[in-house]
Design a binder for this molecule. Structure first.
Ligand SMILES: N[C@@H](CCC(=O)N[C@@H](CS)C(=O)NCC(=O)O)C(=O)O
Length: 223
C-alpha cells in the first residue's frame, strides 16, 4: 500500500491526492509537517518537503509532486492527464508550472506562512500587509483563469488535465485560508465548483488543520 506523507494544507500533496483519486490508486495518509519534521522524514526525503509517497512492499520512495504525478501518468492507464499532441502536452506542462511555481510563490506560500506557519509553529503574529499582497496576487491569477475558461472548456484545452488538478490544488488551499475573494470571478468559480463535486476532491473538503477553520463557503459544493 502506498503511504502519502503530507499535511492537509500542502497544495502539492493535494495535487497528488487528486491524481491518485482520479486514477483509482489507493493510499493511506501519514501526517507530516515539514517545518517540524524529524530525522526520519529527512531520511525519506533529504529535501525535507512534502509530498513523499512511500511503498514499503515495493521498497520505493517517490518525492516531488511533479515526479510523483508523472510516475503514475506513465504507469497507470486510467484517467490520463497529460494527453494530446506535443503542443497540447506542452500547454498542460506550462500551466502546471505556472500554478506550481508562480501561483504558489505569489499566493499560497505567503498565505501558508502568515496564516498557518507563523501562528501555529512559530507562535508569531501574521503580517497583515503580506496577507493583503497575497490576496491581490490571487485576484490577478484568477483573472487569468477566468480568461482561460472563457476560451476553452478546461484550463489547458478540451479535456481535464494535470493543469486543472494543479490549479484546483493551489486554489483549494488558498480558499481554506480565506485568501480568495470570489466576486467577479464567475468563470473560475463555475470551473472550481465542478471540481469540488468530484469524488477525488470531496474527502479533502471535510478535513481541517489544527485550530484554523475555513470560511463557510469552502466546503459547500454549490458555492
Ligand atoms: N516542488 C515541490 C515543492 C514541495 C513543497 O514546497 N512543499 C512544501 C509544503 S506545501 C514544503 O515541504 N515546504 C517545506 C520547505 O520547503 O522546507 C513539489 O512539487 O513537491
Amino acid at each position: 500500500m502506498w503511504q502519502l506523507y503530507q499535511f492537509p494544507l500542502c497544495p502539492f500533496s493535494r495535487k497528488v491526492r487528486l491524481l491518485l483519486g482520479e486514477k483509482g490508486v489507493s493510499y493511506e495518509l501519514v501526517e507530516e509537517i515539514p517545518w517540524v519534521a524529524g530525522d526520519d522524514f529527512f531520511q525519506l526525503n533529504p529535501a525535507g518537503r512534502t509530498p513523499v509517497l512511500h511503498n514499503p512492499q515495493k521498497n520505493l520512495t517517490l518525492m516531488d509532486s511533479r515526479a510523483i504525478c508523472e510516475y503514475f501518468e506513465e504507469t497507470e492507464d486510467r484517467a490520463p492527464m497529460i494527453v494530446g499532441t506535443a503542443t497540447n502536452r506542452a500547454e498542460i506542462r506550462r500551466l502546471v508550472a505556472l500554478f506550481d511555481e508562480s501561483f504558489f510563490a505569489d499566493v499560497t506560500a505567503p498565505l501558508l506562512n502568515e496564516r498557518l506557519r507563523k501562528p501555529t509553529f512559530e507562535k508569531t503574529s501574521p503580517d497583515s500587509g503580506a496577507v493583503r499582497a497575497a490576496m491581490r496576487m490571487a485576484n490577478g491569477h484568477l483573472d487569468y483563469i477566468d480568461y482561460l475558461i472563457d476560451t476553452r472548456p478546461w484550463l489547458a484545452g478540451a479535456q481535464m488535465s494535470m493543469a486543472d488538478l494543479a490549479a484546483a490544488a493551489q486554489i483549494s488551499v488558498v480558499d481554506y485560508l480565506g485568501g480568495i475573494d470570489w466576486a467577479g470571478h464567475e468563470q473560475t468559480r463555475g470551473w472550481y465548483s465542478v471540481f469540488k463535486s468530484r469524488p477525488s476532491f470531496r474527502p479533502m473538503l471535510s478535513e481541517r488543520m489544527g485550530t484554523i477553520r475555513p470560511p463557510a463557503h469552502y466546503s459547500d459544493v454549490n458555492a
